[in-house]
Unconditional design. Structure first.
Lengths: 221, 222
């Protein structure tokens, strides 16, 4: 039995991807156990491993943690990615919660019915470029520092980078009007632990393809 | 200018209610400024008060905080309702996320299409009684303490009481199979700060009626 955290989820991004990013950024090696069929999920539910019958679930430090935010909060605190005091944590939380909102939009795009896809895409681009990105651009511009909060690398930087890359997958030139976000993206991508995670062969998962959706539906519905 | 936190939201529960509960439980007096019309919301947006153009927003300790969870975490930590160490916080977070999911379902019920209401209500009751309440009942049973985590009042307890009362509004006997949750409800409701919040005339908000739902739809374009 290794001491490494063990992640239980399907072999895709979903709600586990931010956790993978955070562990990778912290330089923490982790194992993964993939749900391939509904039976795999039922087995986990039946053996009492899932507090609310749901994944993500991460075995870490003797706990079977569930709820992606609870898991991320724990990892961020444990590996000093959560600011140095309560006020920094407040800022990090605000930035991260908004990024999660944008992530949800990006994540649900593949599941939109064909007749809603175009509208949904327009919403994503509108929210990203008018509501969310301007905030982070301004933060970086105003303090002129490398990281979002407290002049120190934190989970806010990791999760923003994750989202910037996902948004670019949606629309490659989505950062055109955001020079500070562009240099932020380059800078954070070059942090050794993150650079490693961005290389082929890492545990980072690719975007969900339409063809994978039926298999996913079978597991969770 | 008072040093009290100032809450910006509509005159209803929504996403601000859990924040009102937590402040009240912590014995913290707060002020409220209500958004009554679309113009009120636009005004807040135009004067740069809303980081992501959304409410809830709480003015607290020199910050204009947004994002419900960020605000709740800050209040919980500031007023010692977040456990004594990282592991206790992990459990509090897990429990709170569960009650957040349950209350979220109840909150959105009035906004679902009319023909799905009955089905959604049934789902809420099913989830409450088979997915969520059993977890909290078992937690209390296993350690036999008065509170969910660390033998001390925390955010998890306040949130659970709020969820229980909301679920009972859906189905009055929803706790019938959960004796420990019934005792928990009685006990926690009697904590002086919470007892005060449960009395008429407090800042606790009532359930939304049809008229209020229409107002909310109009203000937020939903």
């Amino acid at each position: 039995m290794s001491g490494k955290p063990k992640l239980h989820y399907f072999n895709g991004r979903g709600r586990m991807e931010s956790i993978r990013w955070l562990l990778a950024a912290a330089g923490v090696e982790f194992e993964e156990c993939f749900l391939e069929t509904k039976d795999d999920l039922i087995k986990l539910q039946k053996d009492g491993s899932l507090l609310f019958q749901q994944v993500p679930m991460v075995e870490i430090d003797g706990m079977k943690m569930v709820q992606s935010r609870a898991i991320s909060n724990y990892i961020a605190t444990k590996y000093n990615l959560y600011g140095k005091d309560l006020k920094e944590r407040a800022l990090i939380d605000m930035y991260v919660e908004a990024v999660i909102d944008l992530n949800e939009l990006l994540m649900t795009h593949t599941f939109q019915p064909a007749d809603k896809k175009e509208q949904h895409f327009a919403t994503i681009v509108d929210k990203a470029t008018n509501r969310y990105f301007p905030v982070y651009e301004k933060v970086l511009k105003d303090h002129g520092q490398d990281f979002l909060v407290g002049n120190q690398f934190s989970r806010a930087d990791v999760q923003l980078l994750e989202t910037l890359l996902m948004a670019e997958e949606c629309k490659p030139d989505i950062l055109a009007k955001f020079p500070h976000l562009q240099s932020f993206k380059a800078r954070i991508s070059n942090i050794p632990s993150i650079k490693k995670f961005l290389q082929p062969g890492s545990q980072r998962k690719p975007p969900l393809q339409e063809k994978d959706v039926p298999k996913l539906m079978k597991i969770f519905h | 200018m008072a040093g009290k936190p100032k809450l910006h939201y509509t005159r209803g529960r929504g996403k601000m209610e859990s924040i009102r509960w937590l402040l009240a439980a912590a014995g913290v007096e707060f002020e409220e400024e209500f958004i009554e019309t679309k113009d009120d919301l636009e005004k807040l947006r135009n004067d740069g008060s809303l980081l992501f153009q959304q409410v809830p927003m709480v003015e607290i300790d020199g910050m204009k905080m947004v994002q419900t969870r960020a605000i709740l975490s800050y209040i919980a930590a500031k007023y010692n309702l977040y456990g004594k160490d990282l592991k206790e916080r992990a459990w509090i977070d897990m429990y709170v996320e569960g009650t957040t999911d349950l209350m979220g379902m109840i909150m959105y019920l009035p906004f679902q299409p009319a023909d799905t209401k009955e089905k959604n209500l049934a789902l809420i009751i099913e989830r409450a009684t088979t997915r969520y309440f059993p977890v909290y009942e078992k937690a209390l049973k296993d350690h036999g303490h008065d509170y969910l985590v660390g033998n001390k009042l925390s955010w998890a307890d306040v949130h659970l009481l709020e969820a229980i009362l909301m679920a009972e509004e859906c189905k009055p006997d929803i706790l019938s199979a959960f004796p420990l949750l019934q005792a928990f409800k009685g006990r926690t409701s009697n904590i002086p700060t919470i007892k005060k919040f449960l009395q008429p005339g407090s800042q606790r908000k009532p359930q939304a009626d049809e008229k209020f739902i229409a107002t909310v739809r109009q203000i937020f374009n939903i």
